[in-house]
Design a protein around this ligand. Structure first.
Ligand SMILES: [Zn+2]
Length: 451
């Protein structure tokens, strides 16, 4: 097995060799918890979920960590507007985010870590950067000195001078040595602050990720992921911080970046104001359809979202589900063997889910033509569904649930809506969903009751 990954750091597809043979330390930037995350964000999180599921499917042990930025200017600003305590506000949105992840079946993350849980590690990193003179102090904070880092720009290909435009409010200070120098610690008691040996304040954004990963993984690890807009300055800053502290290179071996989700040719973002939250979308579409939409594109592609495209995904997924429900014939061992080979080759090649799904369709067409496909084929689809979590299999629903659904069908026929609603909640409380169809109903679910 040879897995290849497109590495942003080298701008090349490389053969993947984890630092330890069969264990992977994997980090993806989580959200800043001040409002609902949108489906553009969930494109990234779902595609990394599928990638991590795949690596586990290939028998790697993956330690998958996501941070939650629960202290930041945006949070403080939002808390002021809504007259809330900033940490209460961010705690609420951290919970909402994790709920949203679960409602999309994004369950690959091993551990979520909040920035405020790791303040001592953040402070320790700032202290070491000061001691080694990579950082300096002004009257309003501690800043990283870009001039001291010869490698700055190696990930993004930008220069120190170009870093000027990439700073945010927290990075502003009249006393900075270089315009692009970024903030490690802000002296401030606006909203909230913590004691530190170098002065009371709060952490900058970039330092929380390296503080978390150093503690969890050490000063070097395998894969860091995020959306493409985080390459600069965020990920560039992470490299500068950690390589300056440890003097070990590379800080991260493989950098992976997902393409944007566009809406009407514009990147979906809070600042453009064209966002759809995952909660809104889940009212109209099943999680399987949304996951399948993300899976049918390569993670590095920039993709366009529309209700029509999602309808197409729904129909494409239905074709696979129809195929799976009719696997009651003889297997064709030759084509099945070829399918497996082609499928894994596509997935091993920089997680090309787009190609892998096309291969499934080709196989389905061939099987339909020759009227083949049975138990072994079904097993294969079940097996790869651990990666995608999108397909529906009959026979997964226990008899008890099916009985409730039949009883509900009778109640509906006699227009006893009260009883019908009661039976629906009973089904849902056991972790299943019932959807009414033109002729009958469809049951789905995992049997894991909602929290
Ligand atoms: Zn980050």
């Amino acid at each position: 097995m040879v897995i290849k990954i497109h590495n942003t750091l080298t701008r090349k597809k490389e053969i993947f060799k984890p630092i330890k043979r069969d264990e992977i330390n994997f980090f993806v930037c989580g959200p800043t918890a001040y409002s609902y995350a949108h489906i553009g964000n969930f494109k990234t999180y779902t595609q990394f979920d599928i990638i991590v599921n795949y690596l586990r499917h290939r028998k790697f042990k993956v330690n998958y960590i996501q941070n939650l930025t629960d202290i930041d200017d945006k949070i403080i600003h939002q808390a002021k507007e809504s007259k809330e305590d900033p940490l209460k506000l961010s705690e609420k949105f951290c919970k909402i985010f994790i709920d949203d992840m679960e409602s999309l079946d994004n369950t690959a993350v091993s551990k979520y870590i909040k920035a405020t849980e790791r303040l001592s590690d953040i402070i320790s990193q700032v202290e070491r950067l000061l001691k080694k003179e990579f950082a300096y102090q002004t009257s309003d904070g501690i800043y990283f000195n870009l001039e001291k880092n010869k490698d700055y720009g190696k990930l993004s290909g930008r220069t120190v001078l170009q870093a000027e435009d990439a700073t945010t409010r927290v990075d502003h200070s009249k006393e900075k040595k270089n315009k692009g120098d970024f903030c490690l610690w802000k002296f401030s008691d606006e909203g909230i602050s913590w004691d530190a040996p170098f002065g009371k304040g709060r952490p900058g954004w970039h330092i929380e990720d390296t503080a978390i990963t150093e503690k969890e993984f050490g000063s070097q690890y395998d894969i860091h992921g995020g959306a493409v807009d985080l390459i600069f300055p965020h990920h560039e800053a992470e490299i500068a911080q950690m390589e300056s502290i440890s003097n070990k290179k590379p800080f991260v071996k493989y950098w992976m970046h997902t393409g944007f989700l566009d809406m009407k040719k514009e990147k979906m973002s809070k600042s453009v104001g064209n966002i759809i939250t995952i909660r809104e979308l889940l009212k109209k579409q099943k999680k399987e359809t949304i996951r399948f939409f993300f899976a049918s594109q390569h993670y590095r592609n920039r993709i366009e979202f529309s209700e029509e495209i999602l309808e197409q995904s729904k129909n494409s997924l239905k074709k696979i589900n129809d195929f799976i429900t009719n696997l009651d014939k003889e297997d064709n061992d030759g084509t099945l063997k070829q399918l497996k080979e082609d499928f894994y080759n596509a997935m091993d090649d920089d997680f090309n889910t787009q190609k892998a799904i096309t291969i499934l369709y080709e196989f389905m067409n061939e099987s339909n033509k020759t009227n083949t496909g049975g138990k072994q084929t079904l097993e294969f689809f079940k097996d790869i569904n651990n990666i995608f979590k999108t397909f529906a299999f009959k026979g997964n629903i226990p008899k008890e649930i099916d009985d409730l659904a039949k009883e509900r069908e009778l109640a509906r026929e006699s227009k006893d809506w009260n009883q019908s609603d009661k039976l629906r909640s009973q089904i849902e409380s056991k972790g299943y969903h019932i959807e009414d169809r033109k002729n009958g109903y469809a049951l789905s679910g995992t049997g894991i009751p909602p929290i």
